[in-house]
Design a protein around this ligand. Structure first.
Ligand code: UDP
Ligand code: MG
Length: 322
C-alpha cells in the first residue's frame, strides 16, 4: 500500500525540518515493518508562505526523494491547501493521511490508521482522546463549536480536526464535490464508506505560533455552518411564524383592552400592526430565504450519491451521481 502524508504549511520554517525528520523516520519504520510500500511519500504543501518554508521544502526534496512538494501561488488557507495536496497525490497513492505541520497531531497514531486501512476502512478519523494540552479557552470554544455544528444539523465527528486517513476511493469521491466554500470536516462524513476512528493525544505546538487566531477561528466556524447548513434560514422562518402567532394573541389582548375602555386612542391599531407586520415580514424573508437556500444547495453541485460496490456491473465504485 502506497501511503502519502499530506502536510499543509504556512510560515512553518521553525518546525519544518523537525517535522520532516520525524515523519520520515515514521515512514521508514512502517516500510521496514512491511506495512506500507517503499514508494510512500511525504508531501508538503506550501500555502503561499512568506518565510523560508518553500526553500526548506525545496532542499528536502533535492536531498531525499521520500519528500515531495507543492507550492500554491498564494495563501489560500488551510482547507484549500489541504485539498490541493490531497487532490494532487490521489492518483499516486492508495491512501493519504493529512496532518498539521506543527507536530500537534501525534504521528504515532499513523500505525493504527494504517492498520484500520488494512482492516478495510476507507476513512479513518483521528480523534483526540483528551484536550489536556489545550488552554481552557481553546477547549471550551472548540467544544461549543462542535455542539453548535451539531445543533445546526452539520454532521461532524466530535473532537476530530483534519488528522485523517482517506483511501484513494474516498479521495476520488471527495473530488466530486466541487464546492468553493470548503469545510472538509463536514464534507468527509458526506463521502460515506466504511470508516474507523483512532484516538490520539494532541500535543503542544512544537515551535512557532498558531496560524489560527481567534478571528480566524470565528470565521472558520461561521464558514462551517454557512457552507454546510441552511438551518439558520429555517430559524428565521420559524421566528417569523412565532411572532405572527404572537401578533394574533396581541390582537385579542388589544381588542379586549380597547373594549374595556382603558386604552389611549390609536394604541390598539398601532400595537397590532407592529406585531403583525413584523411577523409577516420575517416570515416572508424566511420563505424567500428558503428558495435562496435551495439555490445555494443546487449551485454546490454536490454528487447526489456515491457508489460503494457494484456486483456484476463492471468496475467498482468509480462513478459519482452528478
Ligand atoms: N495553515 C495553512 N494555511 C493557513 C493557515 C494554516 O496551511 O493559512 C497550516 C499550518 O501550517 C498548520 C495547519 O494549517 O500546518 C494548522 O494550523 P495551526 O497549527 O496554526 O492551527 P491550530 O493548531 O492552532 O488550530
Ligand atoms: Mg496547530
Amino acid at each position: 500500500m502506497k501511503l502519502y502524508l499530506v502536510i499543509p504549511c504556512y510560515n512553518e520554517e521553525e518546525v519544518l525540518s523537525e517535522t520532516a525528520k520525524r515523519t520520515r523516520e515514521k515512514l521508514l519504520g512502517l516500510i521496514a515493518e512491511g506495512k506500507i510500500s517503499d514508494e510512500s511519500r511525504i508531501c508538503f504543501v506550501d500555502d503561499g508562505s512568506k518565510d523560508k518554508t518553500w526553500e526548506l521544502i525545496d532542499s528536502l526534496c533535492t536531498a531525499d526523494n521520500i519528500y515531495c512538494g507543492l507550492k500554491l501561488s498564494r495563501n489560500k488557507g488551510h482547507q484549500n491547501a489541504l485539498l490541493a495536496g490531497l487532490m494532487s497525490v490521489k492518483d499516486h497513492c492508495d491512501a493519504a493521511i493529512s496532518l498539521d505541520a506543527d507536530l500537534q497531531d501525534d504521528i504515532d497514531a499513523i500505525d493504527a490508521m494504517v492498520d484500520k486501512y488494512h482492516d478495510g476502512c476507507e476513512v479513518v478519523y483521528g480523534v483526540r482522546c483528551s484536550r489536556k494540552t489545550d488552554k481552557i479557552f481553546k477547549r471550551t470554544t472548540a467544544r461549543a463549536f462542535y455542539r453548535l455544528m451539531r445543533a445546526m444539523g452539520v454532521e461532524t465527528v466530535y473532537d476530530h480536526a483534519d488528522y485523517r486517513l482517506m483511501s484513494r476511493r474516498a479521495l476520488e469521491a471527495l473530488a466530486s464535490f466541487d464546492e468553493v466554500n470548503l469545510f472538509l470536516r463536514g464534507l468527509v462524513p458526506l463521502v460515506g464508506f466504511r470508516s474507523g476512528v483512532v484516538e490520539y493525544e494532541r500535543n503542544k505546538r512544537f515551535a512557532g505560533k498558531s496560524k489560527y487566531p481567534l478571528k480566524k477561528m470565528f470565521s472558520f466556524a461561521f464558514e462551517g455552518i454557512t457552507s454546510m447548513s441552511i438551518k439558520p434560514i429555517r430559524l428565521i422562518s420559524a421566528l417569523g411564524f412565532l411572532i405572527f402567532i404572537a401578533s394574533i394573541g396581541m390582537l385579542i389582548y388589544s381588542l379586549v383592552r380597547h373594549f374595556t375602555g382603558n386604552t389611549v386612542e390609536g394604541w390598539t391599531s398601532i400595537v397590532v400592526s407592529v406585531w403583525a407586520v413584523g411577523g409577516l415580514q420575517l416570515l416572508a424573508i424566511g420563505v424567500i430565504g428558503e428558495y435562496i437556500g435551495k439555490i445555494y444547495l443546487e449551485t454546490k453541485h454536490r454528487p447526489k450519491y456515491i457508489i460503494d460496490t457494484k456486483l456484476n456491473l463492471g468496475e467498482n465504485g468509480d462513478e459519482n451521481g452528478k
